[in-house]
Design a protein around this ligand. Sequence first.
Ligand code: ATR
Length: 276
Amino acid sequence: MNDTIPLAGVIGWPIHHSRSPSLHGFWLQRYGLSGHYIPMPISPEDLESALVSLPKLGFKGINVTLPHKEHVLSLAAEATDTAKAIGAANTLTFLPQGGFEADNTDAYGFIENLKSGAPTWSGAAQTHLVLGAGGAARAVLVALLQERANTILLTNRTRDRAENLAEAFGPRIQVVDWEDASDAVAHADLIVNTTSLGMSGHPPLPLSLDLAREGTLVTDIVYTPLATPLLKDAQHRGLPIVDGVGMLLHQAVPGFARWFGEQPKVDEDLRKAVLG
Ligand code: ATR
């Protein structure tokens, strides 16, 4: 059975909120594949034994979500440069010789989402304003540096966390005080919210777009709601926007292709299925 029906899934603690099963399930059905994708609640103390058992049960690979994303990287036999740079992994592929390769596809997902939502966008030689300094910000910074950003203005409520990222990622990152973020808008070709502000149940992001230049692209990694207050404001002002759910959809592509052998497409039907 292991040879004929590939298995994959997502581990986290808790896991019930994950949209990955509906995403991969949609693709399995669309392409008529006989694999299965299973959500698995795995506690931190069970993580290591699960990573040993899953390939024996026929799993080709797994996605990883909170709280395991950093820990799995330290357990990997191999890790991609992107996963090492981000310091966390979300896509594991079990190796024939044992162990697993750890990758992080969040940076890829972020960039693919921008490129499909704003086809003329190129990050090269541009100035970007990134709000937030958590795990999501790390993936966005790695993505923008890989796209040859000129300067990334990084701002965070807790300035120390932004300083730590600037130290880790080098001089193209310039830290801006949280209170000065609205002034930094004037220099930005791209504005990215990676904080939880604007998510349902959270206050909106306290950022004024008054100084935004014509054509500044605004994106938010929050996708509940899809139209965050930031994106609504930007749209109102005639600025181009890209919403956040596409990052979730695109980050799933490399894992699906590796485990199930088919390069899946991200399109409107998938968006609808996942947003349900
Ligand atoms: P993730 O891994 O999803 O990025 P995180 O590490 O908890 O999650 O980071 C959340 C981000 O949202 C941080 O940048 C956080 O700012 P702090 O580092 O100052 O905590 C930001 N954030 C959350 N609530 C916020 C609030 N009320 N005001 C400003 N920033 C907030």
